[in-house]
Design a protein around this ligand. Sequence first.
Ligand SMILES: NC(=O)c1ccc[n+]([C@@H]2O[C@H](COP(=O)([O-])OP(=O)(O)OC[C@H]3O[C@@H](n4cnc5c(N)ncnc54)[C@H](O)[C@@H]3O)[C@@H](O)[C@H]2O)c1
Length: 421
Amino acid sequence: MLRVGLIGCGDIANLNVLGYLHSPKTELVSVADINIKNAAEKLERWGLRSLKVYSDYRKMVDHEDLDIVEILTPHHLHGTMTEYCARAGISGISVQKPLAHTITDCEKIIQVCKEENVILKLYENFRFYPVYVKAKKLLEQGIIGEPLNFRINTIRTGGPSMPLDIKALIWRRKTELCGGGSLIYDDGIHKFSMALWLMGEERVESVYCWIDFFSTVQDSPSNIFWKYPRKNLNDPPKHGSMQFTLAPNLYYPSNYYDCDEFIEISGTKGIMWINQCTSGGNFLSKNPQFPPIVVYTGGEDNSYGEDLPRDWRYSFINSTEHFINVIKNGGEPIYTGEQGRDLCIFAKMPHISYQQNRIVFWEEISVESEKDQSCIVEKPMDVDGAIFRKFLRNIRLDFKKGVKEGLEHKVLKFDKDILLE
Ligand SMILES: NC(=O)c1ccc[n+]([C@@H]2O[C@H](COP(=O)([O-])OP(=O)(O)OC[C@H]3O[C@@H](n4cnc5c(N)ncnc54)[C@H](O)[C@@H]3O)[C@@H](O)[C@H]2O)c1
């Protein structure tokens, strides 16, 4: 049995733990959190009340003879924590996305894990969402020919959704801790990952972006555009775009975060639409007008993936299972440290574009440009919150009215039956 320890028992720990609770090959032996209350609450919820809790992760690492550590803390801590675990001889380290708040720390993480022979995983779970895995297979079979254009819209809805710790929102607002905006740099990592993986690309060439800080706390609404590198001059240029749409009075139940994703990929022979990810399984999923995947090609449209589980938690369970298998049997984690760093580069580009109002090129985001401060993400400009607060007041009234009129929400229960379904 592989001995597992978690560092950080915040919101995402509830999902990251699932793969370990589910696996016959691992045993969760301890958790660490400076906030003991957070840790105790989670253990109670997972039915593991007697598990050991450390307030200092270093003590856990020193005493528990762990094989795997999951780092689930604010981004500015990922570097130091990974270094400590690696030097202490832990063989498998999984770091929740983004790999770090700076490219400098990403490189440090990669380097130290190499020196200490650590299997390092950047944990990006969308890569394992069953519907996206199916879409990737179809794309590889050439169902729409050569992909030409990628588009993903993330809609920040009004929920209702899972309750979040207010502290988790506060550190994300601080650029020096988060590394960028809480949507583009944090949540965006998943979306940039899809923009590369589904398109069969490893990086982009250049990015342009608009960001509005209307909500005052988040980098949205925003619109990001990019070009993929042209491998061959005879190839058609390939483009992509990403939107973060702010719609906080859109009633849209989710068992997880209050958002959902919609993807469209156009190719030389067809078009693919992928409906939903984070809020998959809600009322929209049950509507036959929104099958998980729709493909138009050759005068016909077909849908795919109706037999797959449309629940975001499977992306976590499957991602962790893949990591456990890599630790046991060898192979490359998804993602590697280098791929994790590249996602951070991609996610920084829109911020620099917005700040400097220009097209930004991949090579510009580097350790050197962080050192000379030519490409560092700055704090968002101050926005007058009064307009947004008024906007929100009206939303809350709309929302109450909706619930009174019978809008319903089913809350996910983290019990063993659900885990073993
Ligand atoms: N894959 C996903 O979909 C997804 C979703 C949300 C968050 N995340 C990522 O997970 C990580 C954690 O995010 P979160 O939303 O759970 O944040 P959070 O703020 O809810 O939780 C962070 C936890 O870390 C603890 N912590 C802080 N400093 C610590 C220290 N020095 N030692 C031990 N514990 C410490 C805090 O007390 C808190 O309990 C981030 O990297 C975030 O981007 C990923």
